[in-house]
Design a protein around this ligand. Structure first.
Ligand code: COA
Length: 261
């Protein structure tokens, strides 16, 4: 499946279970217009619809067209402040709560709302020349979709202060060192695809539960989080995929096929 919306393209490869959403406003460095944020959500919904009688969608890659991930909120829409602000925040939480892992593939500029979009994803793979930052301070505002909170969570509050207060761009290597970026591979396309396919080959209900557990982990005490994991754990014991995984463990040369049941 491959379809174009106004400002995204969306593709699904049924052989691997990997979906792809491409932000497609290259003339504005893929800045997040109200339309683009709506199209990101719509693209993810379209991918979810691939789950017909079994879970077909197993991982999603979000990328930007023509060498840039995203240069942040569309500054030209700031005049229409209230409409822009509410539309602008719709896709971040949608990605965080999306039941399938989402990988941000970052090339070029990844700034402001672009970095907040990437940090709302489960993984960030970046090109060595990528530039990341939170430049909102120079517009007299703060990152409005949790940029400071998210860097505090992924790296530490000192790094969040530095990046948000200076507005400076940092390189991919520094972002990796801080834990904001997972990998800076030599071949970004190949590494992102390989990683997406690896996650896509795992039992989807377990992957979904791990995503949920990791999301909850920053919102609870350790004991509450462990109790939550216990609730996620029990139903997985009676899934067909658990049986399939146990069989593959017991039998040499048995290649498991997970169905999401
Ligand atoms: N919103 C709307 N348009 C944007 C944009 C944004 N956030 N970022 C870039 N663009 C547009 C530029 O206006 C320009 O359009 P034009 O060709 O019609 O003039 C085009 O994208 C290319 O940008 P340009 O500034 O010419 O490229 P550059 O290589 O000189 O600089 C940046 C790139 C990313 C450093 C610079 O565009 C920038 O600082 N953008 C704003 C980033 C920002 O503050 N984001 C957070 C907003 S809250």
């Amino acid at each position: 499946m491959q379809e174009s919306l106004d400002t995204t393209t969306v593709a699904f490869d049924e052989d691997t279970g990997v979906g792809r959403v491409t932000l497609n406003r290259p003339d504005a460095l893929n800045a997040l217009s109200g339309q683009l944020t709506q199209d990101i959500v719509e693209s993810l919904r379209m991918l979810e619809e691939q789950n017909d009688d079994e879970i077909a969608l197993r991982a999603v890659v979000i990328e930007g067209a023509e060498g840039n991930f995203c240069a942040g909120a569309d500054i030209t829409e700031f005049e229409d402040a209230s409409a822009g602000a509410s539309a602008e925040r719709t896709h971040y939480r949608f990605i965080r709560e999306f039941p399938v892992p989402v990988i941000a593939k970052i090339e070029g500029y990844c700034l402001g709302g672009g970095l907040e979009t990437a940090m709302s994803c489960d993984f960030r793979f970046a090109d060595e020349d990528a530039r990341l930052g939170l430049p909102e301070v120079d517009l007299g505002i703060i990152p409005g979709a949790g940029g400071v909170q998210l860097i505090s969570e992924l790296a530490n509050p000192a790094a969040a202060r530095e990046i948000a207060m200076t507005g400076d761009h940092i390189g991919a290597a520094r972002a990796e060192e801080l834990g904001i970026v997972n990998r800076v591979p030599d071949d970004l396309d190949e590494a992102t695809q390989e990683f997406a396919e690896k996650i896509a080959s795992k039992p989807p209900l377990a992957i979904q539960a791990i995503k949920e557990s990791a999301r909850i982990s920053t919102q609870t005490t350790l004991e509450e989080g462990i109790a939550y994991d216990n609730k996620l754990f029990e139903p997985l014991l009676s899934t067909e995929d658990h049986e399939e995984g146990a069989r593959a463990f017991a039998e040499d040369d048995y290649e498991p096929e997970f169905k999401g049941r």
